[in-house]
Structures are given as structure tokens and as C-alpha cells.
Design a protein around this ligand. Structure first.
Ligand SMILES: [Zn+2]
Length: 120
């Protein structure tokens, strides 16, 4: 369905033709536009790639929203769509957890104690 690109209203009237294409006018806000189904998706591939890159670099969805003004649910949708195309190197579950670091420190600590002076 045709929607106003400014206010998303579907209260649209035909407004003659422009360069051979149907021209429309929004009955709610008066915005004139030529219908183009391909742009109804909103954002270009470039913007989508930039958002995905930010996500892969650890930015949260809210952070991306603040930087790009693109609603975080839109970004989440893109990330889901790109899910199968993620680079192999991206394994968020591999990031070491705090528990492992604690174990390492405990190990180093006990080693020090053992090599210290006077076990009597
Ligand atoms: Zn409108």
C-alpha cells in the first residue's frame, strides 16, 4: 500500500503525473511524492552495511540508534536478515568469561605461595 514518506499516512490522493510516473499527495500533511515501491523499504544497502558493521564492532542496538537515527528494531531486523552472512571470525561466545580469569589468577597466586620461603 502506498504510504506518505513523511508521516506514514495511507491517506493518499493521486495528484497527476510527473515524468510519466504517478504523482501522489498526502491528504494529511500535504507532502507530494512519486510512488516508487523499491524505496518503500526505507534505507539503502550502504546504510544497512554501516549499521551491521557497528553491530559487529560491539555497538549495542540503542547505540546504533543514537548515532544513525535508525530505530533499533529496524537494525535488529537487518542483523537477523544478515545472520547467515556473518563472517566466520565472528564468534561472540568465544569471548573469555570473568570466571576463567579468576581461575587463572588463583592459579598464579598459589604458584607464588608455593615457591616462597619457609614452608617449615
Ligand atoms: Zn503525510
Amino acid at each position: 500500500m502506498t504510504k506518505c514518506p513523511r508521516c506514514q499516512s495511507s491517506h493518499i490522493r493521486k495528484n497527476g503525473h510527473r515524468r510519466g510516473k504517478q504523482n501522489h499527495i498526502c491528504a494529511d500533511c500535504g507532502r507530494q511524492f512519486v510512488e516508487n515501491p523499491k524505496t518503500n523499504r526505507g534505507y539503502s544497502d550502504d546504510i544497512r552495511k554501516i549499521c551491521l558493521k557497528m553491530y559487529l564492532n560491539g555497538m549495542g542496538f540503542r547505540g546504533i540508534e543514537r548515532v544513525t537515527d535508525i530505530h533499533h528494531t529496524t537494525v535488529i531486523k537487518w542483523v537477523k536478515q544478515a545472520g547467515e552472512n556473518l563472517p566466520d571470525a565472528y564468534h561472540p561466545e568465544v569471548i573469555p568469561e570473568v570466571g576463567e580469569l579468576d581461575e587463572l589468577q588463583t592459579f598464579v597466586g598459589s604458584k607464588k605461595t608455593r615457591s616462597g620461603f619457609g614452608q617449615q
